[in-house]
Design a protein around this ligand. Structure first.
Ligand code: DOR
Length: 427
């Protein structure tokens, strides 16, 4: 319970999975106390012209703690998340050490307990993310971990992946795969195609991703396990997931903002800010990812917020680490670049990822009396220009510098506390 005085959000358009209506929303004692017309409260916030929605949920955030605090901390990453309208983030396990035991899960939970938004650690599938033997998933699941991944790389060994899927079903958790066949991607730095040839940069083919999607669909069929595909980037991957869903498989998928807004032509200036895994693909792949987001094949937008400090990221293209920031820009990029109704954008960023993460008891549920007050308030029409150095992250590897976008977060409430107010982080 973070605020006992009541706050009323007045005159906004409430949008959640149940629909859309103009309504006041009263927040008190960490919960939504009332939703309806002509409501009063101790403090009135004008939400006229704004959308009041469940907080956004990021399935894919690199918070870098423990071990890489010069790039990001749980605190700074959570602040960036709040500024982007997120009330919950899944913290990826490629930290140092990896989140592959109860001890490291506890450490991240403790750091998250004082952060601006809810931080849910994900666990590694294999010890150290080395892909050799299963991590103690049960002890992590006991602490509430529901999503397991070796993100940063995929589980290469077919038999181990099969066992992990079987085990995940027994534990009631979901595996999330970074699809990349290492033998095809090793030594590469961008997408393989016309631009990699022109630039003389070794590229990885779309098949590096697609072969693992294909294998994992086969293993999901074999085991009956749930499986989530991280950051899908190619037309072929989207098509395979569409066919698998049509065939009744319980798979889900996400796409990252950079995979529906940028192409491999961006690498033309050898600027490593455009280096990412999976790599930026072709305009045709971008069109397929957008279509997949529009027709529900791709269930969620997930940022893959991957901070790297300038001394590392500003190396020559082939030496720079892959990754780009996303938390503060995902919503605006989605509103601006996807031709979707705002409710569909919110579905992709809030209630669908919340369902995949199995946190709908706290995030992404309807704006209704009695629900936890995890809410974002956004102005869908405000235009602004992205300034990569002006964010809350400790890093500034933003590939959208100078881009004009539409849609901005005004306020973010976590358990009723305004962690972002009038676009400013409050802690
Ligand atoms: O570009 C990427 N960066 N892709 C990943 O899968 C990992 C991430 C990172 O941790 O930097």
């Amino acid at each position: 319970m973070r605020e006992s005085r009541s706050v009323v959000l007045k005159g906004g358009v409430v949008i959640d999975e149940t629909g859309e209506r103009t309504s006041d929303v009263v927040v008190q004692n960490g919960a939504i106390a009332a939703v309806g017309p002509d409501l009063g409260g101790d403090r009135v916030i004008d939400a006229g012209g704004c959308v009041v929605a469940p907080g956004l949920v990021d399935l894919h955030t690199h918070l870098r703690q423990p071990g890489r605090e010069e790039a990001e901390t749980v605190e700074s990453g959570a602040r960036a998340a709040a500024l982007g309208g997120f009330t919950a983030v899944m913290a990826m396990p490629n930290t140092t050490p990896a989140i592959d035991s109860a001890a490291v899960v506890r450490e991240v939970l403790d750091l998250g307990a004082v952060a601006a938004v809810d931080v849910y650690p994900t666990g590694a599938i294999t010890v150290g993310r080395h892909g050799e033997r299963l991590a103690p998933m049960a002890e992590m699941a006991e602490l509430g971990v529901r999503l397991f991944t070796d993100d940063g790389c995929g589980v290469q060994d077919d038999r181990l992946m099969r066992r992990a899927l079987e085990y995940s079903t027994a534990l009631g958790v979901t595996l999330a795969q970074h699809c990349e066949v290492a033998s095809l991607s090793e030594g590469t730095h961008m997408n393989e195609g016309e631009w990699s040839s022109r630039l003389g940069i070794p590229g990885q083919p779309a098949e590096a991703e697609e072969l693992m999607v294909m294998r994992d669909l086969a293993l999901a069929r074999l085991t009956g396990a749930r499986l989530h595909f991280l950051h899908l980037s190619t037309r072929g991957s989207v098509a395979m997931v569409a066919a698998a869903k049509g065939g009744g498989l319980t798979v889900t998928a996400e796409a990252a903002p950079h995979h529906f807004t940028l192409t491999d032509t961006c690498c033309g200036g050898f600027d490593p800010v455009f280096k990412v895994h999976p790599p930026l693909r072709t305009a045709d792949d971008v069109a397929a990812v957008k279509a997949g987001l529009a027709d529900g094949t791709v269930d969620a937008i997930a940022t893959d917020h991957a901070p790297h400090p300038p001394e590392e990221k500003e190396k020559p293209f082939d030496q720079a680490p892959p990754g780009m920031l996303g938390l503060e820009y995902a919503l605006a990029l989605a509103i601006t670049e996807l031709e979707l109704e705002i409710q569909e954008v919110l579905a992709l960023l809030s209630w669908r990822p919340a369902a995949i993460a199995r946190i709908k008891d706290r995030h992404g549920g309807p704006i209704a009396e009695g629900r936890p007050a995890n809410i974002c308030v956004l102005d869908p029409r405000e235009e602004w220009v992205i300034d990569g150095s002006g964010g809350a992250s400790r890093s500034s590897n933003v590939p959208y510098e100078g881009r004009r976008v539409r849609g901005r977060i005004r306020h973010t409430f976590v358990d009723g506390e305004p962690v972002v107010f009038e676009g400013m982080a409050q802690r």
